[in-house]
Design a protein around this ligand. Structure first.
Ligand SMILES: Nc1ncnc2c1ncn2[C@@H]1O[C@H](COP(=O)(O)OP(=O)(O)OP(=O)(O)O)[C@@H](O)[C@H]1O
Length: 337
């Protein structure tokens, strides 16, 4: 089964009632409620290929969770269409549920009062997973996530990191081709975060699962995603690979090299300007729109020159994303590709 995600012109408007201020305002609101419309997601179009991990990024309130809720069948769109592994999620919720796993970092989908072991037995029955398969998968999850130490603990007594590791395993127990992760590592310590990232990489690279991930953690994006979609105010502002985005919005890198031969000639390379030279020390930087990424530039400099020392300064991903939001939304850059 193909685990693709197709999103076409997806929109969701929420209608809420606002309370007018003061006592008379409250009374008026009761008699004549004032309704306001909020476009949480507006006309979003993107695809995730089978076996790809895509990061859906954006500031608070950008519409990421609302998008995921439509793709998991929790919410119905106001307009537009979506298909997840060939299924329209909000029309065929049960069929969709068999094809997807979902983890919302802020809340658990396990049974609060039951030990972890029993939650997994219930899930085995719900998804009708044969016992041998269930055992094999649990072993794999235990190897990667170290669940057995808290196997008999009630879910309510698990630490946050333990609980999310159980939620991840539970979401994948029925072997779904598509996984939705809404801030899965929020609040975790660095060691557990790294363990979860390793697990996710394994799921994509070894198991071929398609993953749509939202996160505010740029290290996570850097470690896991090749492609990102940026949304802001419900609209898609950018869809591209991390390399493309870094190249377009993070072209502030510098490479500082010390030439092994202090008298060697140094010159600009394609897309790479020679910014300064002081004896054996040369500084290179990006040259115009055709400049390579910092990693490609580093490779070219090392291939061209024999260096005794090399260092690089680059804009970190937070800076790149900030620049991307600002520039991609500026009217002058619209339609600029
Ligand atoms: N059920 C709802 N009723 C009314 N408004 C809603 C509802 N759910 C979300 N919204 C609004 O829609 C907008 C998008 O919210 P959403 O939760 O999708 O953002 P998000 O990108 O996931 O944010 P965060 O990073 O903070 O989780 C926000 O302005 C939010 O207040």
């Amino acid at each position: 089964m193909s685990g693709s995600i197709e999103v076409r012109g997806l929109s969701r408007t929420f209608h809420t009632t606002v309370r007018r201020p003061g006592f008379t305002g409250a009374l008026r609101s009761l008699v004549q409620p004032e309704r306001v419309a909020k476009d949480a997601v507006s006309d979003i179009t993107f695809d995730v290929a089978p076996g790809e991990l895509l990061a859906l990024l954006g500031p608070n309130g950008a519409g990421k969770s609302t998008t995921i809720k439509m793709l998991t069948g929790i919410l119905t769109p106001t307009s537009g269409e979506a298909r997840v592994a060939g299924v329209v999620p909000y029309l065929e919720r049960e069929r969709n549920a068999r094809n997807i796993g979902a983890v919302f970092g802020q809340r658990t989908q396990l049974w609060w009062d039951l030990p972890v072991r029993e939650s997994f037995s219930i899930l085995r029955d719900i998804y009708e997973i044969p016992k041998p398969e269930h055992a094999v998968r649990l072993r794999e999850f235990d190897d990667l996530l170290e669940l057995s130490t808290f196997w008999d603990t009630r879910v309510r007594h698990l630490s946050l990191g333990q609980r999310v590791r159980c939620d991840l395993a539970a979401a994948l127990l029925h072997d779904p081709p598509v996984v939705f992760l809404d801030e899965p590592t929020i609040g975790m310590d660095v060691v557990v975060k790294e363990q979860v990232r390793e697990f996710l990489r394994h799921q994509v690279e070894e198991r071929g699962r398609t993953v749509l991930l939202t996160t505010h953690d740029m290290t996570e994006v850097e470690r896991l995603a090749e492609r990102v979609v940026l949304v802001n105010h419900g609209r898609l502002v950018l869809d591209g690979t991390l390399d493309e985005i870094k190249k377009r919005f993070g072209s502030t890198w510098q490479i500082r090299a010390t030439l092994a031969d202090p008298h060697a000639e140094a010159e600009a390379l394609p897309g790479i300007a020679l910014l300064r030279r002081e004896g054996p020390k040369v500084v290179f930087g990006p040259d115009g729109p055709a400049a390579p990424t910092v990693h490609q530039a580093l490779k070219r400099v090392i291939e061209r020159y024999e260096v005794s020392d090399i260092a690089l300064d680059e804009a970190d991903l937070e800076d790149v994303m900030r620049a991307a939001y600002v520039q991609a939304e500026a009217p002058a850059s619209r339609g600029g590709g």
